[in-house]
Design a protein around this ligand. Structure first.
Ligand code: MG
Length: 158
């Protein structure tokens, strides 16, 4: 069986006057994430995991932040494009496991909506997708509330 593993990481800094979008879901909070795109830190980590698994470089190669096409881009749209590219190469998403690292906001109410959204975008059943959120015990940039980090691991199958 032809099988691949990919790993992705991303982080973004909090900024005022921005929507907070995580995993394609808008989350009510007083701060958003600073980025060229909408700053969806989780989707960016997932895109890098998918591209890495398929041997297709990384998100910055496909969607450069020097290109105004992607300014304030909906990251869900970027993920859809990544999924169609890996599909053209003959890959399907087998499973995704990801973790958000942040102190606030509390993510519990949003985990299931994010799983449903990622399930649609990846064309994979919800039970093949796991999304967790952890604090960083008040240590470092995530712990001090400066921003959010996300890690993602994905497997692809032919
Ligand atoms: Mg990013």
């Amino acid at each position: 069986m032809d099988f691949r593993v990919g790993f992705g990481y991303d982080s973004h800094r909090f900024a005022p006057d921005r929507p907070l979008v995580i995993g394609g879901v808008v989350i009510p909070y007083e701060l958003g994430l600073k980025a060229h795109s909408d700053g969806d830190v989780l989707i960016h980590a997932v895109c890098d995991a998918l591209l890495g698994a398929a041997g297709l470089k990384d998100i910055g190669t496909w969607f450069p932040d020097t290109d105004d096409t992607w300014k304030n881009a909906d990251s869900a749209m970027l993920l859809s494009k990544v999924v169609s590219v890996i599909r053209e190469k003959g890959w399907a998403v087998n499973n995704l496991d990801c973790t958000l690292v942040l102190e606030k906001p509390k993510m519990k109410p949003y985990i299931d909506p994010i799983i449903d959204r990622l399930s649609q975008l990846l064309d994979a059943a919800p039970d093949r997708i796991a999304v967790k959120a952890k604090t960083n015990e008040k240590m470092g940039f995530t712990g001090e509330g400066e921003g959010i980090a996300a890690v993602a691991a994905v497997t692809l199958r032919r």
